[in-house]
Design a protein around this ligand. Structure first.
Ligand SMILES: C[S@@+](CC[C@H](N)C(=O)[O-])C[C@H]1O[C@@H](n2cnc3c(N)ncnc32)[C@H](O)[C@@H]1O
Length: 601
């Protein structure tokens, strides 16, 4: 019987499967034979000793870190959420490396846009220390969820001369894993300043591919002052922009400002337009146009030939398509055409302070917006909401997922909520943030502050029905993990006893259901309904796509009911079939004959 895997998606295995599909000849007894691979790749192998690329201390370990699956899960926290049942926005509390690993299956290829504002490596920021084989434990210790709280946070202070290396080791696996989550036409935006921009570009070229670099946007984040700078007052930072796959990227257009749209008052089946004059002051498209009363327009009042906007051929087809009208004012004819609303304006690479995009604001504008909500300086240097709204505006559409895995005070969440309110869209945010302690009596951690910010923004929006956010917290799995390394007989017996009930104490049914949701590859914003069948409860996920039954004993009647509902998958507890092997086999046969995938946990 198939068991539901408890660890996160094996990222390496997926790539090896791709290799196996394309190069079956290089696999020998399940492993890749490098010599054969070299032969298979022919001219494409670079054998030279000097190669282009960025390397640093710990890069190998950073790559191995990607390959170590997470054994964690995300526990729902409905009491800290707003409209938990209906909301599609997510706040995920915990270390983003673990969480990105956990999301690999459920959010693979689903995120349209990622915006991140990681630590800039200024030397005194909080950077969570990754230790790849014990990272979840470290995190749990740090966040006080297991004994031994008070785990020391590492900063990037340059005491051991590995200043850039530490930062790159932190960024590399996170960027790598985040790429898997992007849709094929997805985009990532990364805020960064002078300190790390050059190294960031190099690792992004490696992870996303040089050909997918779209632009380094320049944002004027400061204005005025600056005379205390050593040499040059730097007033800008960057937003590095990569596509998942440049070939699949759609055109990017900034939404029009309402003032601009005002001219386009008319509308037909093809969209908005206004009537504009067909006669041009310059140009060389001369030809006679015959008006409805046979008047011919060819020369102006000075006898000069009239030039028209389009060629004679195009004019004729425009007439046929109803794109042209003749207007007679005080006995004089003029020709008008439908000036159609262009698709949009291409985004510009420089976000100037004083240009049309002044409203992107500066860093101090970001602080001002938070101050408005909290009447206190609760977080240093948040990004301005308008800056993120601008990026969201030209890179996403109506129902897209937007991810920020260095979410800080939650500016991205506010930008998404405001954008939805202003445009009627249903964009969804996923924000990941570690519960970094902050010196604030009301909000001991940054995640508490972020949740409160979202509540306040929502209450400003007069709580549109059902809109809110779901909070989840990173934790160890709800299920005790079988440790295959246990060799001696005595300990093996202890394990066997433990696994009679493999559910960790103190976990709720909802905790278990969401772990099954994640590990079955469904997103965390799915609908979950508890359905009572006699004494038993069945959790119906995503309108019946998946059913989760947590009864410690399953009856034939219950199985019959489930079969009648025709889910695609059913997950039950292992112990529900304890000592009933033949019943288990018959259930499996029955379900599979009905096309229902059956797994236990
Ligand atoms: C520059 S701030 C982001 C500010 C945000 N853009 C805003 O407007 O409020 C970067 C954030 O990343 C968080 N962070 C650092 N390492 C993290 C990790 N491993 N997992 C999750 N969050 C992390 C820090 O706590 C910090 O709040």
């Amino acid at each position: 019987m198939d068991k539901l895997p408890l660890t996160s998606q094996d990222v390496l295995a997926e790539k090896i499967d791709l290799m196996r599909a394309e190069f079956p000849e290089v696999f020998v007894e399940g492993k890749i034979d490098f010599e054969r691979l070299k032969m298979a790749l022919g001219e494409f192998v670079d054998n030279s000793r000097e190669r282009f690329g960025l390397t640093w201390s710990g890069k190998g370990e950073a790559i191995r870190n990607i390959q170590t699956p997470s054994q964690g899960t995300l526990l729902p926290v409905p009491e800290q959420s707003v409209h938990f049942e209906t909301s599609e926005n997510l706040i995920l509390e915990g270390d983003n490396l673990e969480i990105l690993k956990i999301l690999q299956k459920s959010y693979h290829g689903k995120i349209k846009m990622i915006y991140i504002d990681p630590p800039y490596n200024t030397g005194n920021e909080f950077i969570y220390k990754d230790n790849y084989h014990v990272s979840l434990n470290d995190y749990l210790r740090y966040s006080g969820q297991v004994d031994g709280a008070g785990f020391k946070l590492s900063t990037t202070v340059d005491t051991d001369g590995r200043y850039h290396s530490k930062w790159l080791n932190m960024m590399y696996p996170r960027l790598f894993l985040s790429r898997n989550l992007l849709t094929d036409d997805g985009i990532i935006f990364i805020s960064i300043d002078e300190i790390e921009v050059a190294k960031l570009r190099l690792i992004c070229d490696e992870i996303f591919g040089e050909e997918n670099h779209i632009a380094d946007l320049v944002w004027q984040n400061k204005k005025g002052g600056g005379n205390d700078a050593k040499y040059v007052a730097v007033e800008h930072e960057y937003i590095v922009m990569y596509a998942k796959n440049e070939l699949a990227l759609h055109h990017l257009f900034e939404p029009y400002k309402p003032e601009y749209l005002q001219r386009y008052k008319e509308q037909d089946t093809q969209g908005k337009f206004y009537w504009d004059t067909f006669k041009r002051k310059s140009g060389k498209q001369y030809y006679p146009i015959t008006c409805p009363d046979k008047t011919v327009l060819q020369f102006d009042e000075y006898g000069n030939p009239i030039s028209w906007l389009r060629s004679e051929e195009r004019f004729k087809s425009d007439v046929e398509q109803g794109e042209i009208k003749f207007v007679r004012v005080s006995n004089k004819w003029s020709v008008h055409f439908k000036q159609r609303l262009p698709q949009g304006k291409k985004p510009r690479s420089i976000f100037f302070q004083e240009s049309i995009i002044t409203d992107k604001g500066t860093t101090s504008a970001g602080s001002g917006q938070l101050l408005q909500l909290f009447a206190d300086n609760v977080f240093p240097n948040p990004k301005p909401v308008d800056l993120i709204k601008h990026l969201i505006g030209f890179s996403t559409q109506a129902e897209d997922y937007i991810l920020d895995f260095f979410a800080g005070s939650g500016t991205t969440g506010q930008a998404v909520l405001e954008m939805n309110r202003e445009t009627g869209s249903k964009r969804k945010f996923v924000m990941v943030q570690i519960p970094e302690p902050i010196p604030n009596p009301d909000f001991p951690t940054l995640t508490e502050l972020m949740k409160e910010r979202m509540r306040r923004v929502l209450s400003l929006h007069q709580a549109v029905e059902g809109i809110g956010f779901r909070v989840f917290k990173l934790s160890s799995s709800n299920f005790k993990l079988w440790n295959p390394a246990v060799a001696d007989k005595e300990r093996l017996e202890v394990q066997l006893r433990l696994f009679v009930n493999n559910v960790v104490e103190g976990r709720t049914a909802l905790d278990l259901v969401y772990e099954v949701v994640l590990k079955s590859g469904l997103p965390l914003d799915v609908q979950v309904a508890a359905v009572h069948i006699g004494e038993a409860v069945v959790y119906v996920v995503d309108q019946g796509l998946l059913m989760v039954c947590l009864q410690s004993a399953v009856t034939p009647g219950l199985i019959q009911w489930i079969v009648e509902q025709r889910p695609l998958q059913l997950v039950c507890l292992d112990r529900a079939f304890m000592g009933r092997d033949s019943f288990k086999s018959s259930v499996k046969v029955e379900l599979e004959s009905q096309g229902i995938e059956f797994r236990t946990i």
